[in-house]
Design a protein around this ligand. Structure first.
Ligand SMILES: Cc1cc2nc3c(=O)[nH]c(=O)nc-3n(C[C@H](O)[C@H](O)[C@H](O)COP(=O)(O)O)c2cc1C
Length: 469
């Protein structure tokens, strides 16, 4: 599957709409997309952007059916169930990516003399944004100079001018750790920014996945190898069917002002007050397909497609991490999009021993996914699904006792994008809370829950129409 295959499948079932009216890249595309998403609308393909001839795609991941299509599944899955499928497939043996000699991405090659990022209809999202953002649904391909490992990571990218992009690689990310190695070696870091590709690749690039190459993980989920070409320019592997690829170098010694940008938290970060310099991709070559599709996510306050994506990918990796830790009894896991797809996690557990629920709570904040940014964990018993928020609140009301059931952790890794952190701190450390909303396993007398009479229930159900409903 490539982005065009995904669009075709969405369109077939009414999950994608083509907008043929003329629209402006300057705020109009983003505002239409935001309103459309708030109404639960389809993905949008803007085919008539003023001054440009190629289209922009937004809202790709706005609903569970679209996430299902991206996964290659039927559209009846909830996000939580889809994440479980990802977990099951990704812990199987990986299918290594396959090198091919050519692909549609080579249809157009702009060398250094003809690089012009303004040939693409790059949107500006919010009035206070520092500029146009070419990379929102993007991932950067990097190679670790010591191990040779390839890393994909999604870092937002601002178009600074026609040949340069600011890239927000946040402290502590694997991308940053790789960049520091190039710095130590006194070298510039080759990088390729991929905009528009198999949606699963974009999802994998946004995941915190240690060790295995994201290309290979996508292979195991698709059931067939990801095809890539090796760039004769950067030596990096690039998806053969990508839409747009910006190739170049990042000089670890030469950062440039980037931002501000209306973030997925619903807030701006401190770039509004001060100039913050970030890594800068000097674009030396552009590859693109004919009529390339510029894929963009929506941003701002939840819930937009970026929150659906974050919630889905983090639920999937958290569940995978827990599975690898071999903790028994975990029935479902969920990081809700309303929690910006990051800050709260919920797990449902079938308790088998005293302290089992506490085991799960502590495990969650020790996983790679859970150790970054999560502020709160809620554990519920297995009669409640982790994504049944109404019942989770019920458990917090009738099974949770703050003094008995709360653990506070003072120091945990956070994201500097969290507006709740003290602006005068370095904004890298958060506290966490674990709320155990289960009935303690070791209680000999457990509260008796009300149940309907089974026989009467059957009778009532069989006569339902007779009652006039
Ligand atoms: C749409 C989207 C935008 C993101 N923007 C950024 C960003 O600007 N900077 C960043 O460091 N992480 C960002 N992330 C999160 C990273 O992609 C994620 O943490 C990824 O695992 C980083 O890869 P790495 O740890 O291999 O460097 C974003 C994720 C998504 C889904």
């Amino acid at each position: 599957m490539d982005l065009r295959g995904f669009i075709g499948r969405c369109e077939k079932i009414g999950e994608l709409k083509r907008i043929t009216a003329e629209v402006d890249w300057n705020l109009e595309i983003s505002h239409i997309s935001k309103l459309n998403e708030e109404r639960g609308g389809p993905a949008l393909l803007f085919e008539n952007v003023k001054g440009y001839s190629s289209p922009v795609l937004t809202g790709a991941f706005g609903t569970p059916p679209r996430l299902s299509i991206a996964m290659g599944m039927t559209t009846s899955y909830s996000m939580c169930d889809l994440a479980r499928e990802w977990m099951k497939l990704s812990i199987k043996e990986v299918i290594p990516a396959r090198e091919v000699s050519t692909g549609p991405i080579l249809e157009n090659v702009d060398d250094v003399a003809s690089v012009n990022l303004d040939k693409f209809p790059v949107p500006k999202f919010y009035p206070l944004d520092g500029g146009r953002y070419i990379g929102t649904a993007v991932f950067l391909v990097l190679r670790d100079p010591e191990t040779g490992d390839v890393n994909l990571g999604t870092y937002r990218m601002q178009m600074l001018d026609n040949q340069r992009c600011g890239v927000q690689i946040l402290p502590g990310k694997r991308g940053e750790r790789i960049m520091k190695k190039y710095k130590k070696m006194g070298k510039k870091m080759p990088a390729a920014a991929v905009i528009g590709c198999d949606p699963l690749l974009f999802m994998a690039g946004a995941m915190m996945q240690a060790g295995t190459s994201e290309y290979d993980i996508v292979g195991s989920i698709r059931g067939e190898p990801t095809e890539y070409i090796v760039s004769d320019f950067t030596g990096l592997p690039i998806p053969a069917t990508a839409e747009i690829v910006l190739e170049g170098v990042i000089d670890p010694e030469n950062f440039q002002p980037e931002g501000p940008f209306g973030e997925y938290t619903g807030y701006y970060t401190d770039e509004l007050e001060k100039v913050i310099k970030k890594p800068c991709l000097e674009v030396k070559r552009v590859l693109h397909r004919n009529n390339p599709i510029l894929w963009a996510t929506s941003v701002g306050r939840p819930v937009t497609d970026i929150h659906m994506l974050l919630a889905f990918t983090r639920t999937a990796t958290l569940w995978t991490d827990l599975e690898r830790m071999q903790i028994p009894g975990i029935k479902s896991v969920y990081i809700p999009p309303e929690a910006a797809g990051r800050f709260w996690a919920i797990a449902s557990v079938e308790q088998r021993y005293p302290g089992h629920s506490a085991h799960v709570g502590n495990a969650i904040i020790s996983t790679t996914t859970g150790s970054y940014g999560i502020k709160g964990v809620i554990i519920v018993d297995s009669d409640i699904k982790a994504d049944d928020i109404g019942r989770v609140l019920w458990a917090l009301s009738v099974r949770y006792d703050p003094l008995r059931s709360t653990e506070l952790i003072k120091r945990g890794r956070s994201t500097p994008l969290d507006p709740a952190l003290d602006p005068n701190s370095n904004k890298l450390i958060t506290s966490r809370i674990i709320m155990d909303a289960t009935i303690p396993y070791e209680w000999e007398t457990k509260p008796k829950e009300i149940a309907l009479d089974k026989d009467m229930l059957e009778k009532v159900q069989s006569r339902w129409k007779e009652y006039g409903f």
